[in-house]
Design a protein around this ligand. Sequence first.
Ligand SMILES: [Zn+2]
Length: 470
Amino acid sequence: MPDVLRRSTAILTALCLAPVTLACSEEAQRDIERAALEKVGDLATERMAGGDSGGDGKNHSRDFINIPIEVRQIADNVWQARGVGNTQMVVTSEGLVIYDTGLSIQAAKQRRLLLEAVPDLPVTHVIVSHSHADHASGAKIWLEPGIELVAHQEFEEEQRYLKELEPFYYGRNRMLFPFMPEEPPDIEILAYGGLVPTMTVDQPDILTIEQGGTVMEVLATPGAEGADNVTLWLPKEKIFFSGDFFGPNFPQFPNVFTMRGEKVRKPIEYIQSLDQVIALEPEMIVPSHQDPIVGKEKIKADLIKMRDAVQYVHDRTIEGMNAGETVYELMEEIKLPPELEMTQIHGRVSWAVKSIWEYYATWFHWDTTTELYHVPRSALFPEIAELAGLESLTAAGEAHITAGRNIEAIHLLEIATTAAPDDVRAQTALRQAHLNLRDAAIATTNNTYEIDWLSLRIRQIDAILAGEDG
Ligand SMILES: [Zn+2]
């Protein structure tokens, strides 16, 4: 895609910066630019939809790319443009309020379709639910002088670190999601970052926007996908716009922290935010991924279940820590009780346990002195393999696999393959252990991140084995 984007930079330059510009009003210029961006976005989306699924054909994140960009009316005064990230539009007699702006490459089309669906009214506010690219990076396509950009007080700080670490995070995301373009967009309007909110809200305050008789409350609801979550509440219509507050499914066990690696998220803050939403008694939830959810009683029950599940895992983790149990014991022991069972397709209870443990105790686990120093255990793997013998290590790994102990197998086989990356037998056994774990994940939680990670490792081993064969 970088090629596509580079070509489009040339198109944009030709269209907007050529002498024609002199005859162009600023607005006409923006329209030309948006039309070109829509073409670029269509190409980029198409490219990703046809991109590498990661070998197992089960990369759930990739499924989002195949969601058609189309507009639907979901309430009398609410429209939604679907896409990887949905964009919502509240229509008032005095103007349009936008909640979330989707991916930058899809925003031009989402914007055009939404504006075509309603009478000619000005956009007055663009609210971004949080700083993640699939929600905020389309905002620059919408913004024009006079339009307020509404975000959480912490938005700029969250955007800052995500931008500063973009190569780190983008590289990780691309390993998990190989359909992503090799590099992030290099056209400024499509690139991540650079948003400066003109209105902010911080808990416990509520930012009320009253326009054309419609009351909209912007709530600071941090904790879910970061410290800068805002949600939108329409008290009269009883519609709750959740952004990514619940994650991509509702209800589900949430990602208390993501394994992609980001700044710490605060579990108690999330529980407090869930309490705030429960008290609203929404009749409809409009998330920025997937479809709206309707039904007051069911929504209430599910919200309470999500809150109780996070609280339960949090409290059991603290009890275990105080009782002197190790983080690994707790990861194995703590399970949701039957009445709180819910899908772990996005968040995984054992990872929540580990992340809550680390939230309170941070980086030094008190397991071994070597954790305090810079030499990791893996530095000794070649020596251990030499002492144990590569064949014995591999055979022991294989025996663990046969007995269904795939994690133990990986421990041993990683020693063997670190010492001897070219050893086909050890790599093949290591691959098998990962395949077994992936099959188990698919058959149980179906957790997307676990499956994507295991697929990544299988791809890496396949590349090594292919090199060996070639
Ligand atoms: Zn999202």
